[in-house]
Design a protein around this ligand. Sequence first.
Ligand code: 3NM
Length: 222
Amino acid sequence: MSRSIEDLRACLKLYLVMGSTNCQGDPLIVLDEAIQGGITLFQFREKGEGALVGDAKEQLARQLQARCQAHGVPFIVNDDVELAIRMEADGVHIGQDDEPADQVRQRLGAHRIVGVSAHSMAEVERAISDGADYVGIGPIYPTATKKDAKAVQGTRLIQELREQGLTIPLVGIGGITAENASDVILAGADGIAVVSAISMSTQVKQSTERLIFELGRYRGAM
Ligand code: 3NM
């Protein structure tokens, strides 16, 4: 990976994960407003009932990527390694049921970001040994967005990872809102990943700014 680990930590501060099925309106407008509000990383995750496939999926991905590129926000693709390679995306995020991170890394090249979803200490250790750049830990709180989410685990695993001295960049995901974001950071996360707190907001820019404010307020107090 060409960017430094500290750059990556900074990118993970407010990570928007989204596809067309997570938006009530036009996903391009949602992304525009989220970028204006201050998101630091974007993941294209086109999943669930009514999700776009094939050319339509790729067309939306390219339009979203163009907006990210115009504003210097790195663009990550969920799962679809082929699409990420074709688009020259900044990276890929994979789950436990996908191809292992070391194989994804080989296909993608050293300079791209590889992120892995993990739900236990063992999964995090495996992701690290496979060369993941960051891990996403979830679901921290109950979420209606991911139908097959694992059991809610709170911030305990994040805390344990840090207590064990693991320094890998990490984000919490699942049910994170402006009200609970600071607890995730306090536990030791570098940032938060959210879907609905931004994508389903009726005031996307303001909701994004509020999240940034909550994250900054905590860091300022340190
Ligand atoms: N991954 P929201 S939870 C995409 O636990 C995703 O790995 C999860 O959506 C995990 O911010 C989740 O709307 C959905 O709760 C997060």
